[in-house]
Design a protein around this ligand. Structure first.
Ligand code: ATP
Ligand code: MG
Length: 483
């Protein structure tokens, strides 16, 4: 059992979570949600002893923890070499192989370099590493970010049948609906618990917000009443009566107003984003004629033929390693095809949003970085960034201090500064919180140009409203059918 009592965590004078209390036990599957930067990963780090709490108590009885962080890197080692370090004896190596087969790790090769593996495989290595400790509780920070759709579906059924406490952070609505018994949300520096799946949480949270709104209205009403009452009793002529009446109203003000303050619930959301494009329905935007790509001996895809026109929205779909990012790079001229021709439409603005935001300079402040990348006039940067929820204080943060989701939101703010006719988005939704995804979904569904989208989030793809799928498993383009 894990018991947290009045747990508080701050970075400098910025409190992230304040006085939270909870218990984890009884083989529960918990989904931890909340906005980007609200402190989900920080809470995991505190529970796993990677960061110290600023105040409060954490009691851990009879538990062994396994922890998979949101972003991980590996030493330059072979898989077997790396995992062996988790074993008590080399004779236990069979355990690694047993887990690999349980986790449907195809072609598991202990002599392969970890850093040459796909994201989905790396995620499985982390999972094996955690499972080798025979943990009672697993903390997994955004597992679906590393997996393709088949991987996510496999992981859903795997997790469901695991007899352990599992706490998972996720922004994937379908995944949460399929796996968890409870949703915990970090909001207003507190933790709120909802016993049900994501859809249940969403309904209950709306009710809770309505209740808070009503309480706030009542609070304002009472405050006004007591203030009027105070004015009135101050007018009592009899000095003695006046004194005691004033005292008694003041006491009520302290008790009922000051010690019982209610604040208006404000949920800040990224403002609507609009990409303007005027392309004609039939305009040729992109064509692949017999395009193949190999890296050395290794063939990634072969003889790909497709066309994108005017206002088409196409989902580029394929498992990890099928070459989605490679296609995107070929379109952008960052990679050359081994064979075939790529034709781009004339006079179109192409916007490319890359899966990794490696071009951000981590020592820059957000404001510096934004001005450097967009050339925006200093005074206007504040207003623009505030639409993406970066206020005057947070634009002074350094890039490295951002949570991954805040970093993705910032990169999208830079991207959305311009207009495009052809949008090429490589997992734009990765790391983003659900409310921000909803804003981007809306902007893409209303977009008047052409879209080529890579995403592993089924819900996101449906909400964007793609018309077609370019499926790399069969190499063809088809109309999109719902899942
Ligand atoms: N070392 C640090 N110094 C200062 N601030 C930090 C540091 N690490 C994190 N923060 C801030 O703490 C807050 C919480 O970060 P955390 O990574 O826990 O967020 P999160 O809820 O996991 O977000 P995401 O959904 O993007 O993963 C963020 O505002 C972040 O900018
Ligand atoms: Mg996080």
């Amino acid at each position: 059992m894990i018991t947290a009592k009045n747990l508080t965590k701050a970075y400098g004078d910025q409190e992230i979570i304040t006085n939270v209390n909870f218990k984890i036990g009884g083989s529960k599957k918990i989904g931890l949600v909340g906005k980007n930067g609200c402190g989900k990963s920080t809470l995991f780090k505190v529970l796993n002893g990677i960061e110290d709490a600023s105040a409060g108590n954490l009691e851990i009885q009879g538990e062994v923890f396994g922890y998979i962080p949101q972003e991980f890197s590996f030493p330059d080692e072979l898989v077997g070499e790396y995992l062996e370090k988790q074993l008590d004896s080399v004779w236990d190596f069979y355990k690694i192989e047993a887990f690999a087969s349980k986790l449907r790790f195809n072609n598991f090769d202990p002599y392969q370099k970890i850093n040459s593996m796909s994201e989905g495989q790396k995620m499985r290595i982390k999972l094996i590493e955690a499972l080798l400790k025979d943990p009672t509780t697993l903390f997994i920070d955004e597992p679906t970010n590393h997996l393709d759709i088949e991987g996510i579906m496999w992981f859903e059924s795997y997790v469901k049948h695991l007899d352990k406490n599992i706490v998972m952070i996720s922004h994937d609505r379908s995944f949460l609906n399929h796996t968890v018994d409870e949703i915990w949300e970090i909001d207003k520096k507190q933790i709120f618990r909802f016993v049900g799946d994501y859809d249940f949480y969403k309904e209950e949270k709306l009710k809770l917000i309505n209740k808070w709104d009503q309480e706030y209205v009542l609070f304002l009403k009472k405050k006004a009443q007591l203030e009027t009452l105070l004015e009135n009793v101050r007018k009592i002529k009899d000095g003695k009566k006046r004194g005691s009446a004033v005292e008694s109203v003041k006491k009520r003000i302290v008790r009922e107003i000051e010690e019982n303050k209610k604040e208006k619930y404000e949920s800040k959301k990224v403002k609507d984003i609009e990409f303007k494009s005027e392309v004609h329905l039939s305009k040729l935007m992109l064509r692949f004629d017999g395009v193949s790509k190999s890296y050395g001996e290794k063939e990634i895809f072969k003889d790909l033929n497709f066309e994108l026109r005017g206002k088409e929205k196409v989902w580029l779909y394929g498992p990890n390693g099928a070459g989605k990012s490679t296609i995107v790079k070929i379109v952008m001229g960052l990679e050359k095809p081994t064979l075939g021709n790529v034709t781009l439409g004339n006079n179109i603005n192409i916007g490319y949003f890359s899966q990794v935001q490696s071009n951000l300079v981590s020592e820059n402040t957000l404001l510096e970085e934004f001005i450097e990348k967009t050339g925006i006039y200093f005074g206007k940067a504040f207003g623009y960034l505030s639409k993406f929820l970066f206020d005057k204080d947070s634009v002074q943060k350094k890039i490295w201090q951002l949570s991954p989701g805040e970093r993705a939101r910032f990169a999208f703010a830079i991207f959305a500064y311009k207009d495009y006719d052809l949008l090429i988005l490589d997992e734009p939704d990765n790391h983003l919180d659900i409310e921000t995804k909803e804003v981007i979904e809306k902007s893409l569904s209303e977009f008047n140009g052409t879209l080529l989208l890579v995403s592993h989030d089924r819900y996101f793809v449906e909400m964007v409203g793609v018309d077609k799928v370019l499926n790399l498993s069969d190499g063809g383009i088809k109309s999109f059918e719902r899942f």
